[in-house]
Ligand binder design. Structure first.
Ligand code: HEC
Ligand code: HEC
Ligand code: HEC
Ligand code: HEC
Ligand code: HEC
Ligand code: HEC
Ligand code: HEC
Ligand code: HEC
Length: 434
């Protein structure tokens, strides 16, 4: 049955391959064998990996993905680096599903940020820093050309991020460690939170054979890519903002302050800026209550595979209300720093549109024309990007330590630091005026 499916997909493939400009006639045995026998010597690890794959079993050899233009040890540059469209020829369902999810926005969201353009290319197009994780996302022809023009030929494929080449294994992608490489660290320590809390602990116990093989254990995939979908999205999402504003007056005001610091609302007029369009077009925030609720309902449905709906709902509502409390602390801190800008006590970095904190500059990285950035601004950024993220993400991932010690406790400490530093700066300013 599967073989028959493959054969029909393969028939569809031939015209596509032609379109892609591969020479089609000798797709078969001779050339395929030539690649393998030479690469068995030049890159034996890859051939071994490929041999272990479903692809090898189904005789999907090197040529299907790399073409057959390169034939000698000297002309490796003629080999094609396959993007996601090559996978699509045979995996249309996964491709389409992936294309709708947030992973598909990784590359574009990265490039939409102003900071990206003052950072070293190696860390962007080169894929060893921000670009290493944000490689995730189908690139347009133009984006690919731009990368090539800068000399970056690799990292064109997102599909090999969770099922790595050349084993392209489903089992590997089902392992939560497949998510760890990117979902860890500074602003999104989901791996650390999950693996050290109850859900993860049970997974490790099960791995070690201390729980029955069919013990109920949620992995990242259970909650975020249920039932084989490749379309991922959460209700709040990164930054934890959404539209419309909440009904609670104080919370709404705090959110306006945060949206100003994201440059989505103008700090001067409170009107939407061009960035609002960017943020919504890149799917960075849920822009309606319905869009948010849809994701929330899906999540509760998933939890209720194991817990009662009431239990799950109350846990997630606690996450929402911790976010509200975190926003209160955050807004207070932003307003203090914004006051220093307003009174000319700290100076607007040239690149900023407004004399107001701008979180989209990822300023802790410094460099370029960001050298002007004050210490207090850096503390503020850390409060937003590190501690606020941990507060609500920790709550949602059922991790008491992240929610409290690395999250909430650090937020209140950060606010204290900002208050003290602002006082110092104001006093100093008064003294130098005299
Ligand atoms: C005569 C030996 C030989 C044959 C035949 C051969 N290759 Fe290669 N190939 C090499 C060597 C050697 C390199 C490494 C070049 C380098 O280190 O940059 C290479 C590089 C590559 C690369 C990487 C290119 C890059 O820019 O990093 C791919 C992909 C590739 N080969 C695929 C194939 C495919 C597909 C075939 C069959 C159509 C094939 N090779 C046939 C020897 C061979
Ligand atoms: C199912 C598709 C697929 C098949 C089949 C395949 N590759 Fe690849 N290969 C990829 C992808 C995807 C990349 C990464 C492309 C990028 O970085 O832009 C890659 C990259 C490479 C590279 C360069 C990067 C590196 O890690 O050195 C080499 C060399 C290579 N493949 C060799 C082979 C050989 C030899 C075979 C056959 C034994 C083969 N590939 C079969 C998909 C495939
Ligand atoms: C020419 C067709 C073809 C191309 C191109 C192709 N695949 Fe496949 N792939 C298959 C077939 C056939 C199977 C086996 C399907 C089955 O088991 O039902 C498969 C299986 C898989 C599996 C499941 C493996 C497992 O452990 O069960 C993954 C993951 C996969 N492919 C990823 C990719 C990726 C990523 C690319 C692009 C880099 C790609 N494939 C390109 C035909 C292809
Ligand atoms: C270790 C991998 C990794 C690195 C390095 C990384 N990111 Fe991310 N980034 C992620 C992950 C994972 C998310 C989603 C996390 C979440 O939703 O909690 C994300 C989210 C984002 C978002 C929000 C996208 C959206 O649509 O909501 C932006 C913008 C962003 N990162 C920019 C950057 C910039 C700029 C850099 C470098 C200064 C960078 N990232 C470095 C993994 C990384
Ligand atoms: C974020 C991680 C991730 C990325 C990126 C990813 N996959 Fe997957 N993929 C998975 C997971 C998890 C599974 C296992 C789903 C399941 O349990 O049924 C899977 C399964 C598959 C399968 C096997 C389906 C089956 O039921 O046999 C194919 C084929 C596949 N993916 C292709 C792709 C293609 C093509 C892309 C790129 C467009 C891609 N994947 C990108 C995580 C990923
Ligand atoms: C038991 C279910 C569950 C598991 C397991 C789980 N998560 Fe989550 N995750 C959630 C919930 C609930 C949210 C918050 C959803 C919302 O916004 O309402 C969330 C949010 C996220 C977000 C968005 C964070 C943000 O800043 O808004 C990312 C990214 C994420 N999880 C990744 C992971 C990764 C990676 C793993 C595994 C290491 C994992 N999750 C394990 C339930 C889970
Ligand atoms: C190669 C890096 C990488 C890997 C591997 C990876 N992700 Fe992601 N993930 C990202 C990036 C980057 C984003 C943010 C994309 C954007 O929104 O622009 C993201 C976003 C997400 C989100 C959406 C959060 C939101 O803001 O709503 C979820 C959920 C998620 N990933 C889950 C997973 C799961 C589950 C796995 C493992 C099966 C996984 N990811 C593997 C890089 C990765
Ligand atoms: C695949 C099954 C499964 C899914 C899905 C699942 N959980 Fe769990 N959860 C468990 C198990 C098993 C435990 C450990 C039971 C215990 O604490 O004694 C647990 C523990 C918890 C705990 C910790 C309880 C404590 O006493 O410390 C919370 C809170 C929780 N889950 C919330 C959720 C939420 C919210 C969701 C959905 C976002 C969810 N779970 C999804 C199986 C699951």
């Amino acid at each position: 049955m599967k073989r028959a499916l493959w054969k029909s997909c393969f028939l569809l493939t031939i015209p596509t391959v032609l379109l892609l400009g591969f020479a089609v006639t000798p797709l078969w045995a001779d050339d395929a064998d030539a690649c393998i026998s030479c690469h068995e010597k030049s890159t034996p690890g890859q051939v071994k990996d490929w041999r272990s794959s479903r692809h090898a079993e189904m005789e999907i050899s090197c040529i299907y993905c790399h073409g057959d233009n390169h034939t000698t040890a000297e002309d490796g540059k003629l080999a094609q680096m396959p993007d996601e469209h090559v996978c699509k020829m045979c995996h249309e369902e996964q491709f389409e599903s992936f294309a709708k999810g947030k992973h598909n926005f990784g590359w574009r969201a990265l490039n939409a940020l102003p900071i990206t353009h003052v950072e070293p290319d190696e860390l962007m197009e080169g894929g060893s820093g921000c670009g290493g994780c944000h490689n995730m996302g189908i690139k347009s022809e133009e984006e690919k050309k731009e990368r090539l023009a800068k000399g970056y030929r690799y990292q064109t494929n997102s599909c090999d991020e969770c099922h790595t080449r050349h084993s392209f294994s489903k089992k590997e992608a089902q392992d939560p460690r497949a998510c760890q490489q990117c979902h860890m660290g500074y602003d999104h320590p989901q791996w650390e939170m999950w693996s050290s809390a109850k859900h993860g602990t049970r997974w490790f116990a099960k791995e070690a054979g201390r729980l029955p093989e069919d013990a109920a254990v949620p992995t990242c995939q259970t909650c975020h890519l249920p039932n084989g979908t490749h379309e991922n999205r959460t209700a709040w999402g990164f930054f934890g903002v959404r539209l419309p504003l909440p009904e609670d007056k104080q919370w709404a005001a705090d959110r306006v302050t945060i949206l100003k610091a994201l440059g989505v609302l103008s700090p001067e007029t409170g009107e939407p800026t061009d960035r609002l369009e960017m943020v919504t077009s890149l799917d960075m925030i849920r822009s309606t209550q319905e869009a948010w609720q849809t994701e929330r309902d899906k999540m509760i449905q998933t939890c209720s595979g194991c817990h009662s709906k009431s239990y799950a709902t109350s846990r997630l509502e606690m996450g929402d209300s911790m976010l509200q409390k975190a926003d209160r602390v955050m807004a207070q801190a932003i307003e203090i720093v914004a006051g220093l800008y307003k009174d000319g006590i700290i100076k607007k970095p040239e690149a900023y549109a407004f004399a107001y904190p701008d979180f989209l500059y990822y300023m802790q990285t410094g460099g370029g024309d960001m050298e002007n950035l004050s210490n207090i601004d850096q503390t503020l950024f850390e409060l937003f990007m590190k501690h606020r993220m941990r507060t609500y993400q920790g709550q949602f991932h059922v991790n008491p330590d992240y929610a409290y010690w690395y999250g909430w406790a650090m937020m209140t400490q950060g606010l204290g630091k900002i208050q003290a530093e602002a006082k110092k700066l104001r006093t100093l300013h008064e003294l130098t005026k005299k």
